[in-house]
Each structure stands twice: as structure tokens, then as C-alpha cells.
Design a protein around this ligand. Structure first.
Ligand SMILES: NC(=O)C1=CN([C@@H]2O[C@H](COP(=O)(O)OP(=O)(O)OC[C@H]3O[C@@H](n4cnc5c(N)ncnc54)[C@H](OP(=O)(O)O)[C@@H]3O)[C@@H](O)[C@H]2O)C=CC1
Ligand SMILES: O=C([O-])CC(=O)C(=O)O
Length: 275
């Protein structure tokens, strides 16, 4: 087991240099997260990644996924969902930590949780594009009667989702809101692997992927990725909505990288606020 103490310096790897990875790399390389050092990055296109790294305040090597674990203490996974296990397994195997953004893929990689439990490594799921996981986790210590979420995204925020193709749903030229999915978080993670990680984070915090229910709307009248959660439990009833400004990737909100930075800072802070 190689878990670190709060005061040790953590060597951070970033796997995936898209909307989230680039934003994280800029912030960590600028020294804005005390106790964390950006040590290596990985991307599909190494030339493009090297060009990006040259703009950072600290220079780090661009490595393959396999080369990250031997030189880093923790990995932040922000790559396509299909790579989740390849990126995270070596770190967990070594008893180290992984912050996971492709949360939906955790449902189809049960071995990662088992690996973490066996090795003493940790998988961290940030609140990401969502809101209120602290309240859901607290409510889950008692009895939660129901968890429902409604997501509205501009059509381009849902483009390319396998569920749309499988059901021959076309969003081109949409002029009014269209409900494109109603079901549970597990089916949403299959049908929208790059668009609805948030509902899986909600499921893991609360009542699990079968009982967490979701509607997805392709809505040409909204410009923000909007998620509303409704929870009813024996301790509280709450409804919360977040309206995310998309990043350069229309599927991903700007707040996601900020949520990860907040998590990194909390790991090293003496005062930790929130559940
Ligand atoms: N938990 C949450 O709240 C949220 C989670 N997400 C999820 O986070 C993940 C990242 O999102 P986002 O940054 O928007 O995605 P992007 O599509 O913007 O970036 C993905 C990056 O992964 C890289 N990549 C592709 N193949 C490989 C490979 N073989 N090795 C290393 N890197 C590779 C790409 O590299 P290259 O540039 O070279 O092509 C690209 O830079 C996605 O799974 C997304 O669904 C997104 C939003 C919210
Ligand atoms: O959950 C996701 O993958 C992304 C999302 O909805 C958002 O950024 O609003």
C-alpha cells in the first residue's frame, strides 16, 4: 500500500488532454494546488500533447499510459471511457489513487473496485458536472425513497451517443425539446457513455444505478447543460439544479475541471469542508 500522507508531495499524472485534462494541467503546472506536482501527461496524439505542454508553466514528459504509474503517485483519468481500466488499474494495483472522470465506465469495470479494496488504493469520483452529492451521500446513511434526475442539453451536447444511433433519433434541425431517454442510470451509462457520467456519480452516491432514474432531453432552447435532481428520503427532501456552461467540448461543463481542482486541494487541506 502506497497511500500518501496529507503533507507529502503528490506526483500527479493526467491521462487525457482534452477539455478537462488541459484545464487541470494548466492549473496544477502553475503551482496553484499546494502539495501537488504535475509530473507526466498522456494523450493519444503525442505531438499535439507536446505542443500543449510547451505552453505550461512547468515542463513535463508526454508518456504512454503504461509509463505513468512508475513515476507518479496518483492519476487523474480524463480520457475516453473505453480506456478507464487501462489507465486506472496500474495505479490501484500499486495501492495508489485514481481520480476518475469517466464515471459511467465504473459500472462496467467492477474489478477496479475489487482491486482498490484488495490493494488499499483509492478511486475518487469528484462531483464533476453535478451538484449536491454531499447531501445525497448524507441522505443515503438513512433511507432514500427515490432519486430522479432530469437532464436538458443543447442537441450538440448529446451528439454521437450510441442510444441515439440505436434508436435512429436525429437531432438535426430540432426546434423544440425532445425526450430522448427515460430509464435508469445503468442504461443511461450504456447509451450515453460520453454524456451522462453525472447520473452514475449520483447513483454511486445514493441508491445505485438500477434505482436512480433519469430523463434526458435534447433541448434547442437551452445553451447550458442542465441537470435537476430530486431526492426524497427519511431525513430530507431536496431538489437542486445546476446549469453548466459548456467548455470547448460541448458535452463537458467548465465546472468539471474546477471540481477536480477543489478535490485535489481538499486532499491536502487541514480544513476539509463538505461531506
Ligand atoms: N464526471 C463528470 O462529471 C464528467 C466526466 N466527463 C468525462 O471525462 C472524460 C474526459 O472528458 P473531456 O476532457 O471533455 O474529453 P475530450 O474528448 O475533450 O478529451 C479526451 C482526451 O482523451 C485523449 N485520449 C484519447 N485516446 C487516448 C489514449 N489512447 N491515451 C491517452 N489519451 C487519450 C484525447 O487525446 P487527443 O487530444 O490526443 O485526441 C483527448 O485529449 C470523458 O470520458 C467524459 O465523458 C466529462 C464531463 C463531466
Ligand atoms: O456528465 C457528463 O458527462 C457531462 C455533463 O453532463 C456536463 O458537463 O454537464
Amino acid at each position: 500500500m502506497q497511500q500518501q500522507s496529507q503533507t507529502e508531495v503528490t506526483r500527479v499524472a493526467i491521462a487525457g488532454l482534452g477539455a478537462i485534462g488541459q484545464s487541470l494541467a494548466r492549473t496544477i503546472a502553475a503551482g496553484e494546488v499546494p502539495g501537488m506536482i504535475l509530473t507526466a501527461v498522456s494523450a493519444r496524439n503525442h505531438d499535439k500533447a507536446r505542443e500543449f505542454v510547451s505552453t505550461l508553466k512547468t515542463q513535463v514528459p508526454v508518456l504512454t499510459i503504461e509509463e505513468l504509474e512508475p513515476v507518479c503517485d496518483m492519476v487523474i483519468e480524463c480520457a475516453p471511457a473505453a480506456l478507464l481500466s487501462d489507465i486506472v488499474s496500474p495505479f490501484l494495483n500499486a495501492g495508489k489513487s485514481a481520480i476518475v472522470l469517466s464515471v459511467g465506465a465504473l459500472l462496467f469495470n467492477d474489478h477496479l473496485r475489487e482491486l482498490a479494496n484488495r490493494s488499499g488504493g483509492s478511486i475518487y469520483v469528484p462531483t464533476g458536472a453535478l451538484i449536491g452529492l454531499d447531501a445525497v451521500i448524507a441522505a443515503a446513511q438513512g433511507d432514500i425513497h427515490s432519486v430522479r434526475m432530469i437532464t436538458r442539453k443543447p442537441p450538440q451536447g448529446l451528439a454521437g451517443a450510441p442510444h441515439l444511433e440505436a434508436n435512429q433519433i436525429t437531432l438535426d434541425g430540432l426546434t423544440e425539446p425532445l425526450k430522448v431517454f427515460e430509464g435508469n442510470a445503468r442504461d443511461a451509462a450504456k447509451g450515453f457513455p460520453a454524456n451522462l457520467n453525472v447520473v452514475v456519480a449520483l447513483a454511486l452516491a445514493g441508491v445505485g444505478p438500477e434505482k436512480t432514474l433519469l430523463e434526458i432531453w435534447a433541448d434547442p432552447t437551452v445553451t447550458r447543460n442542465t441537470h435537476s435532481i430530486n431526492v426524497d428520503s427519511d431525513s430530507a427532501r431536496f431538489t437542486m439544479t445546476i446549469e453548466n456552461i459548456p467548455s470547448e467540448n460541448p458535452k463537458t461543463g467548465r465546472i468539471v475541471a474546477q471540481s477536480v481542482i477543489a478535490m485535489l486541494k481538499k486532499m491536502k487541506a487541514g480544513l476539509k469542508v463538505g461531506t
